[in-house]
Design a protein around this ligand. Structure first.
Ligand SMILES: Nc1nc2c(ncn2[C@@H]2O[C@H](COP(=O)(O)O[C@H]3[C@@H](O)[C@H](n4cnc5c(=O)[nH]c(N)nc54)O[C@@H]3COP(=O)(O)O)[C@@H](O)[C@H]2O)c(=O)[nH]1
Length: 709
């Protein structure tokens, strides 16, 4: 522009211009940072960030304007009207508030960009030209329409660009996001300054003009206000970064603790709760890796199946707490023999499997097996000071080697078969697997293969139901679901045959889940027929050890819309007494979702009274061995009497199983049993037969197919 002789010619201090650009960029950076956080799902937090962002951005644009004004040097003293200056600040803040609100929307449409840019650009212009109005000049400032238009276009264009940049930045992560944000802030600073200085170019000050507001905000006062505004910006930026650092630490802590919990859960699902040793699942994984390594490197490895001799009597006579101590001690002794590459897992009550990796030498394996037997045979001391206890156990070991003894999936069965051979030889002994031991192993393998298939097919597995009868009035109180397997070649098989196979080969949880779901479906069907009947399901120890048993059960109940009062679980006494801490927790969780719990085969194990009291059970089921002897043995009657009194004292009901005769029924009723179950009333039968039986209680129930046991 050519200077006009009628106009005052302002000059600009380049350092202050640069400072105005820095302030605009800094405000943009802080505002972008705060705006990013407005998108948090927490409403109150989002509002906080929005308010801070609004103030920072508005104040930043405003401060930039006045620093820009400070950069201008006119040959007269100038000052700004207080009220209009405050209004200009408000205009900047309001425009920023609207812009941030738009920026926090999840989607940015062109309509929104246009609206946002118009409001924000309009707000900036309002701030700028109000700010210029605060400079009350006589004669007034002359305006160039062209430059005013250019400044408005720049303001709106810069606002649109800011919104687009802001949305673009959302997709960036980490360092790239920070660099992107710095770039965007520098660009926005340039746009804001561009608007300001083109707006200034639009203003001309006539020669001889005086500033009527010279006595108001100007000179040191203006500098102080700008310094304060910039201070607010800095303060907010510092607070933001402190909060951010805190949040990042919190997030990192949370992520670490989540990872930790996940690892713990994963670890727990692979470990036996009582001994802390790997469980069957983890053993399978170790085996898979050992086979892979062996096939790749040509190494051999050995699997030792270790079964404690005489553990059950110890457990029965000394109690489960001592039994648990013994198992933990045995786990420790077995582990002591291992190298880092080996593994020992607990696969059953008193059964352990040792994997000796990279070891195929029969002599070396035999030496290790001998040492294990010697160690296991050392005395175990336990109990408390008042009643110290000590026992001496031994163990039988079966050994199978890979690849010498055949396919990887048969190894465990072969080691098991060899272990049984060691037992037959009197125990405290180890035996290497020989092919002639395979008959049982082969049968077990075939059964597990067939059972795996049966679980995926319809119709081979089915539930039979055995009625439970009220001892008081003979009414039907519920049924026990008992699984049957219609094997395509072997005919009907009883659970005594296939449940142990399912347990040994890791199929029991799938089978157990199938049983619970079928029981739910049947209970719903009976309920819908208007004849609701509570169904009791037997739980295996492996199911009880599932960390999410209660959760899965609740899901099944919800899926089928079944009232938990129509489903109950039976857990044998010996299982319930093992790993008591865990059992207590699971019983509590199941109780919380409304599942009734019965302690099955009661009297065959060794239950501590205090533990029984803590257990959240509802019923004791007297084992059929006591019922069998009732009519001839005063001891059996005394035991049943004691169990009934104990149960009732603990608030539990009592059911007797295996009732086969009228005499047994009468004695059990007289002794105070609440419910009775047995062939005297009915054998387990399919659901359809049970419906007939129900309708005609006088007709003898159909016989359960003869099952091989
Ligand atoms: N984990 C799971 N265990 C299950 C499941 N289904 C069954 N089982 C358990 O298998 C064991 C054998 O069961 P089963 O061969 O079905 O025998 C049951 C009855 O048929 C039998 N019974 C019933 N009344 C009498 C009788 O008067 N005399 C007599 N000699 N036997 C009788 O008793 C068995 C029921 O026992 P219990 O469970 O203790 O009530 C057995 O331990 C089942 O628990 C399954 O799905 N999962």
């Amino acid at each position: 522009m050519v200077p006009s002789p009628d106009l005052l010619t302002p000059s600009y201090d380049p350092w202050v211009v640069a400072l105005s650009y820095l302030i605009a960029s800094f405000a943009s950076y802080t505002a972008l940072d705060l705006a990013r956080r407005v998108r948090t799902p927490h409403l109150s937090v989002a509002r906080g960030w929005w308010l801070s962002g609004t103030i920072v951005m508005g104040t930043g644009i405003w401060a930039m304007h006045f620093v820009g004004m400070l950069a201008m040097d006119l040959p007269i003293t100038i000052g700004y009207d207080y009220a209009i200056t405050s209004l200009s600040w408000l205009a900047a803040v309001a425009a920023s508030g609207v812009a941030l609100h738009i920026a926090s929307d999840p989607e940015l449409s062109w309509r929104r960009v246009t609206r946002g840019a118009l409001i924000m650009g309009g707000g900036i212009c309002a701030m700028h030209y109000l700010g210029m109005q605060a400079l009350v000049m006589a004669p007034p400032i002359q305006w160039s329409v062209l430059w005013v238009t250019i400044s408005i276009v720049i303001a709106i264009g810069a606002s649109a660009a800011s919104l687009l940049i802001f949305f673009g930045l959302r997709k960036l992560q980490g360092r790239t996001a920070v660099l992107g944000q710095i770039g965007a802030a520098l660009l926005m600073g340039l746009a804001i300054c561009g608007m300001h200085y083109s707006g200034m170019a639009a203003a001309s000050f006539p020669k001889g003009a005086i500033c009527l507001s010279a006595d108001q905000l100007g000179g040191m006062g203006l500098s102080a206000v700008i310094a304060a505004a910039t201070g607010v910006l800095l303060l907010l930026a510092t607070i933001t970064s402190m909060i951010d650092a805190h949040m990042q630490t919190q997030t990192a802590l949370l992520a670490a603790s989540l990872k930790n919990s996940n690892n713990q859960l994963k670890e727990q699902s692979l470990r036996d709760g009582l001994t802390g040793l790997p469980n069957r699942r983890m053993l399978d994984e170790r085996l898979r890796l050992a086979v892979e390594r062996s096939e790749r490197d040509g190494h051999s490895f050995a699997l030792l199946f270790v079964d404690l001799d005489g553990f059950k009597p110890v457990n029965d006579s000394f109690g489960h707490r001592f039994g648990d101590d013994v198992l933990r001690e045995m786990a420790r002794r077995l582990t002591a023999h291992l190298r880092a590459i080996d593994a020992v897992a607990r696969v059953g009550g008193d059964e352990f499997v040792i994997l000796l990796d990279n070891q195929g030498d029969a002599d070396a394996i035999a030496r290790i097996a001998r040492r294990i037997i010697d160690d296991v045979s050392a005395v175990v001391r336990g109990g408390d000071e008042d009643s110290p206890q000590e026992v001496r156990l031994s163990c039988s070991i079966g050994i199978a080697r890979f690849p010498r003894d055949g396919a990887a999936d048969q190894l465990l069965v072969q080691a098991d078969a060899a272990m049984h051979a060691a037992k037959r030889a009197g125990g405290a002994h180890f035996v290497f697997y020989e092919p002639h031991m395979s008959a049982r192993a082969k049968e077990q393998l075939e059964l597990q293969r067939d059972l795996r298939q049966a679980l995926t097919r319809d119709g081979e597995l089915e539930l039979h139901y055995q009625p439970k009868i009220s001892a008081r009035d003979g009414s039907l109180t519920g049924v026990e679901a008992l699984t049957r397997w219609r094997h395509p070649e072997r005919g009907q098989l009883g659970p005594g045959i296939f449940i142990p196979v399912a347990e040994r080969f890791g199929l029991i949880n799938a089978l157990g889940a199938w049983v619970i779901e079928q029981a739910c479906i049947q209970a719903v069907a009976w309920r819908d027929q208007g004849q609701p009947l509570a169904v009791a399901v037997n739980l295996s120890v492996h199911q009880l050890r599932q960390a999410d048993l209660a959760e899965r059960t609740a899901e099944l109940l919800a899926k089928h819309g079944l009232d938990p009062a129509l489903l109950s679980f039976e857990v044998t006494e010996s299982v319930a007494m093992e790993d008591t801490g865990h059992t207590l927790r699971v019983f509590e969780q199941l109780g919380e979702i409304g599942i009734q719990l019965s302690i099955d085969d009661f009297g065959t194990g060794y239950s501590s009274l205090s533990y029984l009291r803590q257990l959240d059970a509802d019923q004791l089921k007297i084992d059929q061995s006591f019922v069998r002897d009732l009519e001839h043995s005063a001891d059996a009657r005394a035991i049943v009497q004691a169990v009934v009194s104990l149960a009732h004292a603990l608030g539990l009901s009592v059911i007797a199983e295996g009732v086969e005769t009228e005499g047994q029924r009468d004695i059990l009723s007289a002794l105070g049993c609440d419910e009775l179950q047995g062939y005297f009333y009915a054998r387990p039968m399919p659901a359809s037969a049970l419906e007939d039986w129900r309708q005609n209680r006088s007709t003898p129930a159909p016989r359960d197919a003869d099952l091989p046991h």
